[in-house]
Write a protein that binds this ligand. Structure first.
Ligand SMILES: [Zn+2]
Length: 205
């Protein structure tokens, strides 16, 4: 598995791309709000995004999804966050961004395994930042969206966020066996063990 990352949009969201290292097809985890940035990454790294997995439906992670779908990529989001792709719950309106509405191609639930060629990606339901937030596991990589950041965690005071749910979700991630490289929706990467030991959220767990 090969992993690429770009930082994109007005809120500096991380968009990740993974490939199996054999084909040119890439799975994008959170495409960000700017389709041109995704197209530039495709050009630079020589892959083509064929699937987009969204950790949640906020515009800064999902805003480019409609354009990518129109270009042939399949869009995946949790069943619970699917409606955010069609309503102001994507929060774009509050940040001066008009998000193009779309219907996802596929929805998933907690524990579902998604297969793309040689890539196996497991969805983990991590509600809290939004009601349908998800994290993804691919090999030793854990993509946490806006649930868990390096040294902090996602806001729960927006839209349908819920702090108690977020706490349960972080507990769930911390209880995964072993260590993972953690790739959050914003900011720098970290490891699960480092967050278990030093993330100040521990006082609420
Ligand atoms: Zn968000």
């Amino acid at each position: 598995m090969k992993l690429y990352c770009i930082e994109t949009g007005r809120l500096s969201a991380n968009a990740y791309f993974i490939t199996d290292g054999l084909s040119r097809n890439a799975v994008c985890i959170d495409c960000g709000e700017d389709v041109n940035a995704v197209r530039a990454a495709e050009e630079k790294y020589g892959f083509k995004v064929t699937a987009v997995l969204l950790t949640h439906g906020h515009f800064d992670h999902a805003g480019a999804a409609k354009d990518l779908q129109d270009g042939g990529a399949k869009i995946y989001i949790s069943e619970k966050d699917a409606e955010k792709l069609q309503s102001d719950l994507n929060l774009g309106k509050y940040m001066g961004y008009t998000m193009k509405k779309l219907t996802p191609d596929f929805t998933f639930n907690d524990g579902d395994e998604l297969i793309f060629g040689d890539l196996k990606i497991k969805a983990v339901g991590t509600a809290g930042h939004t009601s349908g937030s998800a994290s993804f596991i691919a090999e030793d990589a854990l993509f946490t969206g806006d649930t868990l950041f390096c040294g902090s965690w996602g806001r729960t005071d927006l839209g349908d966020g819920n702090f108690n749910d977020l706490i349960s979700s972080v507990k769930k991630l911390f209880s995964l066996k072993g260590d993972y490289k953690v790739f959050p929706g914003h900011g720098e990467r970290t490891t699960l063990q480092r967050e278990r030991e030093s993330n100040p959220i521990s006082e609420f767990l």
